[in-house]
Design a protein around this ligand. Sequence first.
Ligand SMILES: O=C(O)CCC(=O)C(=O)O
Length: 261
Amino acid sequence: MDVIDQAIEDIRASGYAVVEDFLTQTQLEVATRAMAEIEANSSFGRENFGGTRTKRSSNLLGQTRGFDDIVTDDRMLRIVEGVLGPAFQISIVAMIKIFPGESPQPLHQDDGLWPAPRPHQPFVLNTMLALDEFRADNGGTNLVPGSHKSLDPVDQEAERVMVSMPRGSLLAWDGACWHGGGASIGDTERCGLNINYNVGWLRQQENQFVSIPQDVIPTLSERMQRLLGYQHHGILGLSGGQDPLEVLRGRAQGAGQDARL
Ligand SMILES: O=C(O)CCC(=O)C(=O)O
């Protein structure tokens, strides 16, 4: 069993998995540069859930191409498919950078955004790429092992793991697993690239059709276009009975665009 199959098994059994050395050196360097620009335009949050010593920025795919290679990475998509099945898409891509002085975020489930009774099949798979080392004292994500199977809310004081992982690692968890950003009691920051996927028949958390400028869509790889939601599952998502990507390609040709569409 390779590390990816192991991660899929761990997520199914415990709700989460860590894969060290996940990012290639190039992915790490490109993402770090892109994130520095994103961070320069972001500021601290103003409410407790998101954190007042945490900088966040969402719609990263509308801001930079620096994360495309990670979002579409074969190993990443193998994990997503292993948990969600073959039909999935990007839900949201965000920066979460926790600074010294942050208090622990309340434990929560990210799939609670969709009002579905439990138990249900996994429909959200979340990931956090460590662009800095994550530790128990600098905001490393807290997770309650096995809580993705819990039908009731977990105690906010529940025993948890505080993820420690070197820069370049991947943390992936079932959206049903109770978790939260950790407290930062040391003197170092922790920047995470947060890429969440959900099943293709669910509404995306972030509206990718509006978030990515329309003139950018034709320049993206077909894999990225499909992950953004230009895909269909059976008859779900067709446009006039046609594959949405074919519709876009037809439009682009009509407009004389020289692009991949
Ligand atoms: O930053 C983290 O480690 C987790 C953050 C999180 O769960 C959230 O903001 O919903």
